[in-house]
Design a binder for this molecule. Sequence first.
Ligand SMILES: *Cc1c(COP(=O)(O)O)cnc(C)c1O
Length: 463
Amino acid sequence: MSRSAHPAGPRHGDVLPEGHYSAPPADLNALDPKVWAQTVTRTEDGAVSVGGIGVQRLAEEFGTPAYFIDETDFRARARAWREAFGDDADVFYAGKAFLSRAVVRWLTEEGLNLDVCSGGELTTALSAGMPAERIAFHGNNKSSAEITQAVEAGVGRIVLDSFQEIVRVAHIAQALGRRQRVQIRVTVGVEAHTHEFIATAHEDQKFGIALADGQAAEAVRRALTLDGLELIGIHSHIGSQIFDMAGFEVAARRVVKLLAEIRDEHGVELPEIDLGGGLGIAYTSEDDPREPHEIAKALGEIVTRECEAAGLRTPRLSVEPGRAIVGPTAFTLYEVGTIKPLEGLRTYVSVDGGMSDNIRTALYDAEYSVALASRTSDAEPMLVRVVGKHCESGDIVVRDAFLPSDLAPGDLIAVPATGAYCRSMASNYNHALRPPVVAVRDGEARVIVRRETEDDLLRLDVG
Ligand SMILES: *Cc1c(COP(=O)(O)O)cnc(C)c1O
């Protein structure tokens, strides 16, 4: 696709990505509830609104580009996950998708736990009052300082990712006079992508310890002998933006098999398993994500069945959705600038942000949708590519979409489903000022992460 070389020139435009939806949608003004946050609607004047506030007012008050997060929707999704999994399971929100102190407070109030994978995320979580025992610490290369910080804070679990880390965490915990609760992350040999998965013996990636060749069993053996560690379970995370539950099924089967081997060898039944996150959301109307209750039911049944077959007590299950909670709850609002029609190809619509606020399109060919947000239009649809203002031709926000052909500079357009991995992956490329995140709820909007300023830039640049 975008990474392959091809001759320059007009034919360039014919090379549309596979699965590209070539027909314009029936109604360009429609807002598909699958893709947009719960309280998003069009007001009588035709403008998009969230939490009862129209985008014109939001743009005036907070500027563009900006992320608007629907707090009602965030809380509803967090609660739906919590309720779907019930009291016999734990839901850990994956903080890397988007973390701020307001989000930590929403999670705390809604009864969720939290995954962090750096000292910075841990500091953010603790400073907003998330109880340490509800935090899990992840990462394939935790520093000694981060491990010390996590153990001292009393995090509920550290997820061990390598043989070296087993020893390092044990050492640090022992030196601090603690016994740290840990899980071991295993790679189960399942590579999962949106609509398919591949079950293999080995996985060629940096995370975890392979189940293959008895590696994970050896890791368990070592962890069980170390005084600084209390091994509470096995962890597996198979990928992201997954719709097909079959990959989780294979993962669960392989993890439960390891639990049975541990019981046979050591006489202990580990009390927990964690099947990670990775559940998909709708970025366009083509995507059909599952509801939390369907996922909870499917995962619960798989684990119960596999444990019964192995004669094990069913362990406590945990899951780690990130994108599935925050992804659909936010949209990015941009102002349209330069519009460049390329005859016979498409129209390039430039916005006042770009790859600095959404790197996913450039990074993994992610698909997004877009809508004219400041008004409706009955004009004919035109094929557009929404691009940013950065000095990079790969600076694409929405690769292929339709907008009304009367689009003009100054119009506001909104890209939905940007709650996950957009602000959290934002950069200062071209010394862009990272956009604010504004939470909207019941007719009130408030900044939860403020816009960066030129003073912020200069403060880091010590001259
Ligand atoms: C990234 C990650 C998640 C969350 O993934 P999503 O695709 O956002 O659900 C959960 N667990 C682990 C260990 C991760 O690395």
